[in-house]
Structure formats: C-alpha cells, structure tokens
Ligand binder design. Structure first.
Ligand code: ATP
Ligand code: MG
Length: 237
C-alpha cells in the first residue's frame, strides 16, 4: 500500500490517504511536544519506537477490543482502518499523577482504590479541557452507547496493560486513548505509546514515558530506546 495525499499533520504523526478510501497510513515522526506545543524537540528514534510499541499493544488488545491497526508497513508506517475520530479523549488512571494530582491538590504517586476514567474534549485550541458524559452527549460529540463502549474498552485496555507491564516491573500510572467510529462500530484508534502514558519503574519510581521530556528528567531518546529494549529484547538500531 502506497502513501497518497497527506490528509493531516499532527504533532507526532502524519496521516496519509491510500488507494483504499477505507484505509490510511500513519507515519510516526521523531517530533516531541509538550504543554500543547509550547515545548518542542526532535527525539532520535522516537517515531520508530512508538510505531512498533503501538502496533504491539494494539495487537495485544485486539482479541477483546476492536482496533484500527492492521499492519506495520515499515519502521515508521502503519496501515490502519480510516476512522471518524470521536473528539473525546479517554484517560484511565491507576495512580494519582499529572493534572489529576494538580486539580485535587494531591501528591503524585498514591494508588487509587479503583481505576478512574476521565474524559477530555479533543481540542488543541482549548488545550483539551475536561468534560463529562452529559456535555459529550448534549454537544453531539458521541452517543450514549459509544461512550459506554469507550469506557469499557478503556478499562479492558487498562487490565491488559497492567498485566503486561507488571511482568516487566513497571507500574501503569495513567494513559490516554482515542476512539473512532467505522459505521456502527467503535474502534480504538490513534496510538498506545509512552507519549500518552505514564509508566513508572517499580521500586525506583523512574519515569519511562514522555514526562522525562516535559519535566526535563533526562534524555527522552535514551529512555525510549530503553523501553524498546525492555519490551522487544533488542536494540532499536
Ligand atoms: N485510524 C485513524 N483514522 C483517522 N485519523 C486518525 C486515525 N488514528 C489516529 N487519527 C488521528 O490522526 C492524528 C494523529 O496525529 P498526532 O498524534 O500527531 O496528532 P496530535 O498532534 O496529537 O494532534 P491531535 O490529536 O490534537 O490532532 C490525530 O488527530 C488522530 O486523532
Ligand atoms: Mg496524538
């Protein structure tokens, strides 16, 4: 499958049309941004690492969660089903961190007694503000059954990711998912990567995710190469 027209260029990926109107190619770039694009850098190999990690995790959840991913075409390119992105991002939290810690005045790190699902309106212009189900319904962003699917799929992804990372001695603190629709089906879209997750090494609390970049905690390229090695047992390049 060849790349056609560039349909969209985001902060981390490009979306290309293909000869098949029902499929797109996602191209993973090395660009990293934080604070909605205010902080920017090139992170060597990030695109390669994220492309393979996302493919791996989307395959992992496929038995119980419908996913857009079909095939890895090259180290940075994935063939995916084209979806209509639902403009409601779903965040799942297992521990207190990030905006959840900040808005509630809590210290980071505490374990939540059950996972917390939060919704955010996908809008760069507004900095992805928090919304609730009523707002999403009233504003026509999603149907009730779609929100139900998104919640259940997100919690299922959480169970799977916790189990996987547990085996590698890493805690899944939180992560963000995007969903899309294909006809009457809700499908997990976009990516599952350390760009949109918090992964803390058990025991040390070391960050194995994009917070290394956001908070200047070290070399993100090295961190991502290390994650790649831990997951795939080989070096990136
Ligand atoms: N299967 C798909 N079909 C169509 N669009 C998709 C699909 N999967 C992901 N997308 C969209 O492609 C874009 C990927 O680009 P990227 O991740 O760089 O975006 P971004 O900079 O995070 O910006 P934003 O998500 O706010 O648009 C996102 O807008 C995402 O919603
Ligand atoms: Mg994105």
């Amino acid at each position: 499958m060849e790349k056609g027209a560039l349909l969209y260029e985001g902060k981390a990926k490009q979306v290309y049309a293909t000869q098949d109107p029902e499929r797109v190619i996602l191209h993973y770039k090395d660009d990293a941004t934080a604070f909605n694009g205010v902080k920017k850098a090139q992170i060597a190999d990030k695109g390669v690492v994220n492309c393979r990690l996302s493919a791996y995790f989307l395959e992992m959840v496929r038995p119980t969660v419908p996913v857009h991913f079909e095939k890895q075409l090259s180290p940075r390119d994935q063939l995916c089903r084209k979806v209509e992105i639902i403009p409601v991002e779903v965040v799942v939290r297992n521990r207190i961190a990030g905006s959840f810690a900040k808005k509630l005045g809590l210290a980071e790190g505490g374990l939540l007694s059950r996972p917390v699902v939060e919704l955010f309106y996908k809008s760069d212009a507004l900095n992805d503000p928090p919304v609730n189900e009523d707002a999403a319904l009233a504003l026509g962003w999603a149907k009730a059954w779609e929100l139900l699917c998104m919640r259940e799929y997100a919690l299922e992804v959480n169970r799977i990711l916790i189990g996987f990372w547990d085996g590698l001695g890493v805690d899944v603190v939180d992560f963000k998912l995007e969903f899309g629709r294909i006809g009457q089906q809700v499908v997990l879209a976009d990516e599952i990567t350390p760009d949109g997750a918090r992964l803390w090494e058990r025991g040390t609390g070391r960050h194995l995710d994009k917070d290394v970049f956001r908070r200047d905690l070290g070399d993100l390229s090295e961190t991502y190469r290390e994650i790649y090695h831990r997951v795939f047992g080989e070096q990136v390049s």
